[in-house]
Design a protein around this ligand. Sequence first.
Ligand code: ADP
Length: 329
Amino acid sequence: MIKKRRVFSGTRPTGHLHLGNYFGAIKGYLKLQDEKNLDCIYAIVDLHGVTSPYNPKTYPKEVTDLVLDYLACGLDPKKSHLIIQSHLPQHLELAYYLSTIYPVSRLEQLPTYKEKKLEQPKYINLGLLYYPILMAADILIYKAELVPVGKDQLPHLELTREVARMFNNYFGKTFPEPQAFLTSGSYVPSLTGEGKMSKTNENSYISLIDDLDTIKKKLAKVPTDLGHGNKVPQQGGINALLTLVELFMGKLKREQYEKQYLTTGIKYQPLKNELAQYIYNYLKPIQAKRAYYQKHPQLIKEIIENGERYALGIVQKTLLEVKRKMGFR
Ligand code: ADP
């Protein structure tokens, strides 16, 4: 039997998936689950979600919402395995072992940690500093070789590769160095025109569960100029709109709008209306699928249990190997 290469990725259960998550990460998940020579494990990384302020009362619902979003997007339990990170505490155990070989000073220098410190000054906890080590453990415990992620995650993946190298150097070859798998929509800009579309900025995103009216209202707020100039903007609201035009209406349509921008100028109202309709048409079947799964909680339970049964065999095996190599057994 040919050994399949393993794929792992995860998302935090902090609100519904948005178009950035979908095009940057989920599209990659879907593409890879269709490859016969790959073995995909996708996670709801709920242990990561609690490093930022959260509500323990609503957290279980957030986790279920993300499972529903995953399935609605087309994650197929016949082709890939779905797990909830905290149900497999072996991730934490491996993270501890890995933490003993990685310098604190380097974690403190990570741009993402520095950004989080500014974002949540009253919530600078040890878990936040430890985040990249747990992420490395999430990936390495499956000996994953491919990680579908958005571009914003590349520095963390680089750290995972470094941790793998360090462990292999100290204790002998154990882990592969995982590679990122990027999709063509690996960076979806924010609707505000600044930075990336993200759950942490409510004005920045279109969620997968938004209805037509909501999408129209959100697009209406995207800042634009009079749509005339000698260079098509590579940033800001116009760039955000054109990126979405390309994703939903095709490259040709984008080129037509770019031509308009450079000549007559773009009429943004019709563009935004047409785009809203395209986005909604795209999301409609996803929303219908979500509604189906929402009515079948038993099915969801079985999907997660099956995924975790499969994952358990792998994580136990890796931990045993790590403990032996580190001199615990
Ligand atoms: P968020 O920043 O919205 O909280 P997460 O950090 O949970 O999203 O990221 C989940 C996945 O979605 C990651 O693989 C990340 O790279 C991807 N992702 C998030 N935002 C974007 C974006 N705007 N464009 C492309 N990919 C994104």
